[in-house]
Design a protein around this ligand. Sequence first.
Ligand SMILES: C[S@@+](CC[C@H](N)C(=O)[O-])C[C@H]1O[C@@H](n2cnc3c(N)ncnc32)[C@H](O)[C@@H]1O
Length: 301
Amino acid sequence: MPAAAQPSWWRLELEPPGELEESLLWRLESLGVHRLAVRFRPEAPEQRTLQAWLPEVDWPEPERVALAEALAQMAEPFGVALPSLRWELQPEEDWALSWKRHWQPDPVGQRLLILPAWLQVPAEHAERLALLIDPGSAFGTGSHPTTRLCLEALEKRSLTGSRVADLGCGSGILGIASLVLGAREVLASDTDSLAVRATAENAALNQAGAHLQVQLGSADVLQQLLAGAPADLLLCNILAPVLTALTPAFSELLTARGEGLLSGLLVDQAPALTAHLEAHGWRVTTEAEQGRWALLAIQRA
Ligand SMILES: C[S@@+](CC[C@H](N)C(=O)[O-])C[C@H]1O[C@@H](n2cnc3c(N)ncnc32)[C@H](O)[C@@H]1O
């Protein structure tokens, strides 16, 4: 009997602009492309190549053209053009290795380490608190500046025993970090079902499933999960227009002395969002900026 033909793979490569990298990973995942990696040399971490592997049989030319169009559309609101996509057909290989080997342990701030789920904590990072994440499963691998801003802000706070609400949880990375840093409980929601699944899976990877509840939906669902006992800390890393729309809900989600950490906004969007939050009774501090991105901290005025 002849041996079955080995399936071939399309390898897609592009050099993502920094502000697009995480969103491209998320968009590719939502289009059904799950084998993703970001490659860079340790000595030049800013020169990055995003790679994706797609089964040839599932991705004929019209599908690949449609995928390129969807990615270009996603780039438009960021005001940056999508860089050219390179497609290369490659024979079957141990693709599990070819995508996984590019993910490396990623230290964040002073105390945290984002660790792809299949790796061990390297000796040089043994003192750090590991967050096990299955990268590519949803937004929140830690490569985006806004996720890092939130993680750095979290590790500066005293979270012991606190209750945390994670609105737009993506991969669940912020809620999981809160638990690792001492929070008692995390309630999370996201409007994307892939994110809900990723958060539950990543929580289980970190043996945190018993302390983290996640459901599909937005602020109203999160409020139900809080069951009449608002959170000490609200985490919300979504784009500025969404933060603006969600502002009226924040007071329902937080205790009177609670604090919110809001990211996902660009530095030049901060003044308008700050004015909007102040008009809703919040005292606002710009806690940190990284490149074009900002993090606001809010408390009741
Ligand atoms: C930028 S990602 C942040 C993910 C993760 N929290 C992090 O910091 O890396 C934003 C997430 O918010 C979700 N989202 C967008 N609009 C939302 C809304 N109105 N309510 C709840 N989640 C929303 C998206 O599906 C996405 O997973």
